[in-house]
Design a protein around this ligand. Structure first.
Ligand SMILES: Cc1ncc(COP(=O)(O)O)c(C=O)c1O
Length: 325
């Protein structure tokens, strides 16, 4: 998808026009990937717009920053308020939200500590991440020839920009080979995750996902799906998953804020189950969409309602719906 190039961005406390949200090319982040970020969503529900688990996303953002010794002048609560303000300023009833903490302009030594920690918050409309139809029909994926990073190299629990150099290798390889996504193994050869999604597989009605420590990001959607699947009475096991279990699974699906719950219909050209979205995936997907769309009670307190002002008829604020990727 490409940006419409309009809208407002929060930069270090100021709301600026999209076109003015710029930084100097000598900023540390550009050279060394010294940033941590989040991807959250605000959904349109019958009761108004609602953030989905924004508190959990902001907690993970501050966890990521802690690992990388980044301290921002605003605490988590104040920056959460800034996210709310940014979404309101853009007048989007449903959007994807990207808060980014980055090392700014001062020096280009590798040591980032003397560079300022700056923050930007972007929001935009983002549809089905893995393409139109993916949520119903599923996607074709391959196991990547690239592994996820080993323990004690690039911390997987941090959502750090640097980790996405690896993710881009996985994604480019898959795309150039005609697949929607790649599944990475960890250095021990167990299943890790997609380039930007956690992975679940189902065999004999038991649901499996890789544990923390298998080079996975602790996904907020992953955590939500574990809870919703258990609510539905399914057994969920977090365990190391050998690669070949991918080929023996009845059902496999990705989870993520961008990908939501996307079924996988083939892996390395081997059909997953019958090659269509399976019954448990359908039930879990339904439970997830019912929840985020606010059509079932918010029994886990995951929704935070927000009043979005209707934007004035200003052409600079007219957000064209982006093409689906
Ligand atoms: C590498 C990676 N794994 C998993 C996820 C899913 O995490 P979440 O459900 O919090 O969006 C993401 C997306 O942020 C990701 O980039």
């Amino acid at each position: 998808m490409s940006f419409s190039g309009t809208g407002k961005v929060w930069m270090n406390g100021k709301i600026v026009d999209w076109a003015d949200a710029t930084i100097h090319v000598a900023s540390h982040v550009i050279h060394y990937g010294s940033a941590v970020f989040e991807g959250a969503r605000c959904y349109k529900t019958p009761k108004g717009s609602a953030f989905f688990r924004l508190d959990a996303h902001m907690r993970r953002l501050y966890d990521s920053a802690r690992i990388y010794r980044m301290e921002y002048r605003l605490d988590r609560e104040a920056l959460t308020q800034a996210v709310v303000e940014t979404v309101k300023a853009n007048g989007l009833p449903a959007c994807y939200i990207r808060p980014l903490l980055y090392r700014g302009y001062h020096t280009l030594g590798v040591n980032p500590l003397s560079c300022p920690v700056d923050v930007a918050i972007l929001v935009w409309e983002w549809g089905a991440y893995l393409g139109a139809g993916a949520l119903e029909q599923g996607v074709d994926v391959r196991v990547s020839s690239w592994n996820r990073a080993a323990q004690n190299t690039f911390p997987a629990l941090a959502k750090s920009a640097a980790n996405y150099a690896n993710a881009a290798l996985i994604k480019m390889e898959a795309a150039l080979d005609g697949y929607s996504e790649g599944i990475a193994l960890n250095p021990e050869g167990y299943v890790s995750e997609g380039s930007g999604q956690n992975l679940f597989l189902i065999r004999d009605e038991v649901i499996y996902t890789a544990p923390m420590g298998a080079s996975v990001l602790p996904g907020i959607t992953r955590d939500s799906i574990i809870t919703l699947a258990q609510d539905l009475g399914f057994q969920v096991k977090e365990m190391d998953i050998p690669r070949e279990m991918l080929y023996l699974a009845d059902e496999v699906f990705f989870t993520g804020t961008a990908a939501e719950v996307t079924p996988i219909r083939s892996i390395d050209k081997i059909k997953v189950g019958a090659g269509v979205r399976g019954p448990l995936t359908t039930a879990i997907q339904q439970a997830f969409f019912d929840y985020i769309n606010g059509v079932v009670p918010d029994r886990h307190s995951w929704l935070q309602y927000v009043e979005i002002p209707v934007p004035k008829k200003d052409p600079a604020m007219a957000h064209a719906a982006p093409a689906r990727t």
